[in-house]
Design a protein around this ligand. Structure first.
Ligand code: DAH
Length: 341
């Protein structure tokens, strides 16, 4: 009987170890420990055991039962992980799933860089609506009816029963909106999207970004405009950057200027420079002293306050700063382009 028990134990453990899955283990549990199982049947034969050996054989039966049950439990624990993996068809050799971490878009980054420079000069950031009225986009800025940008083909008009609206063609309307609600002195910059029905090519887009600047107070001078823009140009494009102002015209400033910086690529030296075309200068923005007519329209007294304004294209600044030669790259969302910044 003792030998028989030991043989059963050995055989059971061997079978349990080579069991392939949960079902096989369950079958072995029934085979050995079930109501009609091998060990149960052996236990029934206890009556045949001579009385002197009964206690010993009893103990042995219990220890064999325990060791078979233990082996079955261990088998179940060990098999479950591998078995589930098989059931779910997990291929542990496949590379893991990962999401590409996002990055700040170069336009957002450039707006941030420009804003930081002006914030350090005491400006604060203000925003305005992208859907505008003709009044703020044109009239408030002294842009006359015959001005080409007011032509239906030069501006995106929005049909609406509540009035005539358009997608703003520049950030300048926020000048008038802000002045109507605030008293000078103040220095503000206004970043935002603007829209023009331009055919898209390497340097044009129907939507782009501008940053407007407006400083109003008593006795604000042209020299302060030049000073602020010089600091901006040097901080944005490097300390060696030179700046020049050319006389120009904008209806909302008088006098007006176009502002150039020395070419950041060739430093003004390159005769064949593809960025400045060998001219050595790059136009970066328009500026001027606020036209007294603009002040009058918002109820300011042009005898008491003066101010300067400027407006720049963010894409153009970013293209010059980072050497980007096609504006469309900003809007294509190609991660190979975007991850470089
Ligand atoms: N609004 C002008 C444009 O979109 C840019 C501009 C020029 C803004 C001169 C100004 C300024 O504030 O003074 O072309």
């Amino acid at each position: 009987m003792k030998d028989e028990l030991k043989a059963v134990e050995r055989e059971a453990i061997r079978e349990i170890k080579s069991a392939k899955d949960k079902d096989a283990l369950e079958a072995l549990r029934v085979k050995y420990l079930g109501r009609k199982g091998v060990l149960t049947e052996l236990f029934k034969k206890m009556g045949e055991v001579p009385p002197a050996e009964k206690a010993e054989v009893g103990k042995l039966v219990n220890s064999v039962k325990a060791s078979v049950a233990g082996a079955l439990d261990d088998g179940l624990k060990g098999s479950s992980g591998a078995e589930e993996a098989l059931a779910e068809k997990i291929d542990v050799t496949l590379p893991g799933r990962f999401s590409m971490p996002g990055k700040i878009h170069p336009i957002t980054k450039t707006i941030g860089e420009i804003s930081d420079i002006f914030i350090s000069l005491g400006f604060r950031v203000v925003e305005g609506p992208e859907i505008e009225t003709e009044h703020y986009n044109f009239e408030a800025l002294n842009i006359p009816l015959e001005h080409p940008s007011r032509d239906a083909f030069d501006t995106f008009y929005v049909k609406s029963r509540s009035g005539k609206y358009l997608l703003r063609s520049h950030t300048s309307p926020v000048q008038a909106r802000f002045m109507e609600k605030n008293k000078p002195p103040f220095s503000i910059i206004v970043p935002g999207k603007v829209y023009r029905p331009d055919a898209t090519d390497a340097s044009h887009s129907f939507m782009f970004h501008q940053i407007e600047g407006l400083v109003v107070g008593e006795d604000i001078k042209f020299s302060e405009l030049k000073g602020a823009l010089t600091i901006f140009a040097k901080q944005m494009f490097g300390p060696k950057t030179k700046m020049r102002l050319r006389p120009s015209f904008f209806p909302f400033t008088e006098p007006s200027a176009e502002v150039d910086i020395s070419c950041s690529v060739c430093g003004g030296e390159g005769q064949k420079c593809s960025v400045c075309g060998g001219k050595g200068w790059l136009e970066i923005l328009g500026a001027g002293m606020v036209n007294p007519k603009v002040f009058q329209k918002v109820g300011y007294d042009p005898e008491k306050v003066t101010g300067f304004a400027f407006g720049m294209g963010v894409e153009r600044i970013a293209m010059l700063k980072y050497g980007i030669n096609d504006i469309r790259l900003f809007y294509e969302n190609d991660s190979r382009f975007l991850k470089q910044f």
